[in-house]
Design a protein around this ligand. Sequence first.
Ligand SMILES: [Zn+2]
Length: 451
Amino acid sequence: MAQYTPAALSWLCLILQERFGHSFLLEQSTAGFKLSLVNTPQGYIAFPKLEDDFHQPHSDLPCSQWNAEAEGWQSALNQSLPAPGVSQLPEPLIQQQVDHHIIHYDILGLTYWMLNRVEEIDRTDLDNHGRFPAIHSHAYQHGYLDRPIVDEWLQVLGQVIQKQWPQLELKQHQFSMKVSHDVDSPSLYAFKSWKTIIRMMAGHLLKRRDLKATLQAPWLKLMGGKRIPAQDPYNTFSWLMDVSEANNLTSAFYFICGTTSNMDADYQPEDPRIIKLMEQMHRRGHEIGLHPSYGTYQRPELIKQEADRLRQTLQQAGIQQTEIGGRMHYLRWQHPTTLQAWNDAGMAYDTTLSYADRPGFRCGTCFEYPAFNPVTQQQHKVRIRPLIAMECSVIDDIYLGLGNTFEAEKIFLELKKKCRKLGGCFTTLWHNSYFFNGAELKEMYRRIIEG
Ligand SMILES: [Zn+2]
């Protein structure tokens, strides 16, 4: 049977405390897990079967389904629950005894496995950006990447807790939404060389036969010497803030602060035009964060260096922000190296963890949670805020490829609806530079935010 370290057990208790608002005691013995309530002597919940597979870095686990309603329990999404790790579940799954309940599915092991991304450790089946792709994940292969299964199972556990200790008042969670914008390209023209501008003009004229854009390019480049012109197609910052403010949201803008490859930004964070932008964002109450450059995901010292550069830039601009979080450029992530790097750079949170090639619940949850390193078995200070949907995962041809369509919009809204049902957080990423067709994508974005 899988042996949990004391640190892992105390991390699991922390997850339960954040979810249910009470302190639990979790003990492991040859009889499995025993979950009891601190300061309440009576009763416990037993998990007799712990899955070894939840500690192995691979995706070859079996998967079963459980129909909660058939046993008199409720499922949050009114659907049967996917149960990774087992090929068959006993009936009934949950038994009530004189002074305790027995749950014959390893809900806490599932939580550990999913939240700590155990299946991704040491993987070599990566995409051309070195990322573990959705299509290789257990969730995608078994059709539940669009389900926050950890939250769904914890919601079942909540019902058992409530039956075991009826006097207990469990914490209620309110749905929330987080919008964020990776600033890969703050301007289409301002930071480009004249040589590139001329090449772009030729493209506008010869490939796209767009005379307006051809004439606009040199004009916007000239205007962009002091500040990014309002007419620049990538300068959607003010509009993004307007939309967020109209919906009582705060936008987070993540800036690139280093150059480690030609996949990185064409601006420097200290550029007066960028500082001006950051000042506007800060003045309007929005958040500034870090977007570590392309070559940093396996280089903790570079993530620290870029984080320090952002902190220094903010300080020089007189911008005071109590905590700094962000997201990796291209969602590049090596687990748990990148996680440890975020922690050691003193970051408050990371919000990288979605798959680039498919939207959904990479961590099985839409709740932010304290990170734990499954290799060193240490609890981290940094928190993980799972990303649920990035716009290009849904729209781009190289990923889901739904384009600017009703189907694309529906994917975002369905995921959002699931987060709402669980009382979690719908975290979405929309680049400031991703409104290439102007009005139509802006309207889609607005409907997703308002929907
Ligand atoms: Zn990026």
